[in-house]
Design a protein around this ligand. Structure first.
Ligand code: NDP
Length: 429
């Protein structure tokens, strides 16, 4: 899955081609600062949620006194979780699918067994809780320690990835030979251990499933503290569960995403997958543990409707493009598909969702994100961090994609933009 960490500043080489070689002292300094401050920012969110009832607060040195150190439990949980998900990736049944063509060889094959792994994980967790092997609130109680453990593991793993790419990577033109920069962006496109694809695994498994598992741990915590699970908590868990389950249902689509096709696997993606996603996408559920408000019926209906509409647009647009690229003859909304044929041979769809804006999929995703935040009410700004961050991420991502497509498709892209005028929100932006 894509994360904030997949969104470096333009100059940091987010584009897959020539910009990657542009290294300036300012870029390196900025990269270094981000390597240090992004983790600190996640701790800041944790402090606000854990010690300040989810209200923003001024950072202070006193926070250091409460810095969450790893515990034996947190180390066991992180290690066990990674091993469990890794094992499932290897042994769970699934189709082998070819990825997109590579510049330096034939396409790689990927085992698509996420749907099985997702449900198997839930069955195992439910059985473990029913048999009292663990308490569902443990993850909520250990959140700070888990965050530190995940950070330490990810930094160490990224050092390994850096070495592995330098040693075994094949696309050396993508490496800048600036240590900080290469550590951030990665030194290999598809680092693998045998058939085990490290990038796909980290993108799609431990962090993504942990996001929803942590959500449910917060729901359990709310139940433990208050004796009930509120409607907003129920809804946020349901929406997130649905979002991730839907991802596994359409798992193959990840093979054509930007991250898999173009981004090297370095700290930026890896930390985003293993720390940012599970420890910041859970902020609404964390916030709701202490905030047990109810919603008026119209608020509940409105938020559900917003999430459903967002989902229909998001999934509809993504699947429409996927199917169109597989078979351009397939009707779009019951009509013959309209498209622009580029001189490179690729087709750009201009009807259906793709006729309304150039990224309706982002628009739908944003609507869902807004629905999740609204569940938290208006007492604090903090739960809205997600929609603010996500808007910045997707606006920036659209700009990068636009620049890349402009280079890739030249005048055909200009023609496409003239036909589909809006970037994300039809009629507005
Ligand atoms: P897209 O799936 O929109 O892919 C963009 C690419 O699609 C372009 O580079 C181009 O590639 C191709 N394309 C563009 N326009 C057309 C067209 N009209 N017809 C056919 N092909 C076209 O972008 P992402 O990979 O960024 O996003 C995928 C999904 O992931 C989105 O729904 C997004 O919301 C979601 N996402 C979620 C995040 C999260 O953290 N929850 C973070 C980021 C994204 P080419 O022509 O080379 O094939």
């Amino acid at each position: 899955m894509n994360t904030i960490a997949s969104e470096p500043p333009e100059a940091l080489g987010g584009t897959p081609t020539s910009a990657r070689t542009t290294v300036t002292p300012a870029n390196v300094a900025l990269t270094f600062v981000m390597l240090l401050t992004l983790p600190l920012f996640v701790y800041y969110l944790w402090y606000c949620l854990e010690f300040n009832r989810g209200q923003l607060m001024l950072p202070s040195v006193a926070m250091l006194e409460r810095f969450p150190l790893p515990t034996a439990g947190s180390v066991a949980i992180v290690a066990g979780w990674l091993a469990f998900q890794g094992l499932l990736q290897i042994v769970a049944p699934g189709k082998w699918i070819e990825g997109t063509p590579l510049p330096d060889g034939p396409p790689l094959k990927y085992k698509m067994n996420g749907w099985f792994a997702w449900w198997f994980t839930w069955a195992a967790l439910a059985a473990g809780a029913a048999l009292r092997f663990y308490s569902p609130v443990t993850l909520a109680d250990q959140f700070g320690a888990l965050l530190t453990t995940a950070n330490i593991f990810t930094y160490l793993f990224c050092i390994y990835l850096y070495w592995h790419g330098k040693r075994f990577g094949t696309q050396h033109e993508r490496i800048t030979n600036n240590t900080v920069y290469d550590f951030w962006l990665g030194t290999a496109l598809n680092p693998r251990l045998g058939g085990f694809d490290l990038k796909l695994f980290c993108e799609a498994r431990p962090g993504l499933i942990a996001w929803v598992v942590l959500d449910l741990a917060f729901a359990a915590k709310q139940y433990q503290l208050h004796g009930f699970v509120s409607v907003p908590m129920l809804l946020v868990c349901t929406f997130h569960f649905w979002y991730v389950a839907d991802y596994y249902l359409h798992e193959e689509a990840i093979l054509t995403t930007w991250d898999i096709k173009y981004e090297n696997f370095g700290w930026m993606l890896c930390w985003g997958d293993l720390v940012w996603v599970p420890f910041t996408y859970t902020i609404q559920a964390y916030y709701l543990v202490e905030h047990t408000h109810d919603l008026p019926w119209w608020g509940t209906v409105g938020i559900i409707a917003l999430n459903v509409v967002g989902y229909i647009i998001f999934r509809g647009a993504n699947i429409q493009k996927h199917r169109f690229r597989k078979n351009p003859e397939r009707p779009v909304w019951g009509q013959r598909a309209e498209y622009i044929e580029t001189s490179r041979g690729s087709l750009l769809l201009t009807s259906g969702w793709w006729g309304l804006s150039r990224h309706m999929n982002y628009f739908g995703d944003l609507l869902m994100g807004l629905a999740w935040c609204l569940l938290c009410g208006f007492e604090s700004h903090l739960p809205y961090f997600y929609i603010v961050y996500f808007t910045i991420l997707l606006v920036h991502r659209e700009r990068r994609d636009h620049d890349m497509c402009a280079v890739r498709y030249g005048t055909d892209w200009a023609l496409y933009c003239a036909k589909v005028r809006h970037r994300i929100v039809p009629g507005v932006y």
